[in-house]
Design a protein around this ligand. Sequence first.
Ligand code: PBG
Length: 324
Amino acid sequence: MGYLPTRLRQHGVLRKMVRDVQLTMDDMIYPIFIVEGENVYKEIESMKGQYHISVDQLERLVPQWQSKGIKSLLIFGVPDEKDAEGACAYDDNGIVQKALRAIKAISSEIFLITDICLCQYKSDGHCCFFDPQGKIKREETLRTLDKIAISHGKAGADMVAPSDMMDGRINSLRTALDKNGFEHLPIMAYSAKYASSFYGPFRDAAHSAPAMGDRQAYQMDFHRASEAISEFELDVKEGADILMVKPAMPYLDIVSKASERFNRPIAAYQVSGEYAMLERGVRENLIAEKSIYESLIGIKRAGANLILSYFAPVVQELIEKYSE
Ligand code: PBG
């Protein structure tokens, strides 16, 4: 026989030698939900194993996360009070800003990323402002997003991640950051963010479900792949440093296209619905725990350099258990 594909599968050492990808904790970003108040460490109903956390708890939690190999956090703020302007999003004493300062005081090593959007802060739960006819007020939205990013920069963010999907936001953010002394602050753009049902558990967690309508007027239609390419092109042209695809598992074709075509690192966000599905499947013994590891390897194989996942705190353990 000539080539036998199973030849390379006979010895464990060789199997590992010929792998295309591997997963390490350097790839992982852990998204967390910070709330107002004190002594809050409350499990999120829709995302078992994930918590609403008040700032005072971080002193205990950050070292715990670090001991599990976590090097980077994506911070989501869940404020008590929302308003029509979403003003608490750029308040220097807002929830994300407080969390940034607190974490930086606990550890100078951990890398902090913030989500730049309005939906958690605005009473109507939308990512942008609308005029009375219901059309997106782009300029006004962009100016507010700029203010949020600058205020996160001042509070200590190491990278900002705009998730609003407004046209022109990367250019607008880059310009605003540069003007305010943040030329070196990288932007990880949620470039291909689809209007997905997989965000359901997150909207529960972040209290950010839209009060009326949905996000189809600004997030992408999941019947389209080619549109993602234009979104990536625009974001690269406007100065994005990292391109993100979101969700991850049902969008691996998009991850793969992005990594083949663009000379920027690609991030994939395994979102709340993907987490909830896998977490419950494993908890109820419908699927083996190894499937979580397999899902992350699949995302890497598709071409992602970075993965945002709520599983981050268990990934080190998964690698130890299942990478053999
Ligand atoms: C804010 C934002 C959302 C997510 C990340 N940033 C919600 C949304 O767009 O509705 C979803 C993350 C997840 O589902 O885990 N715009």
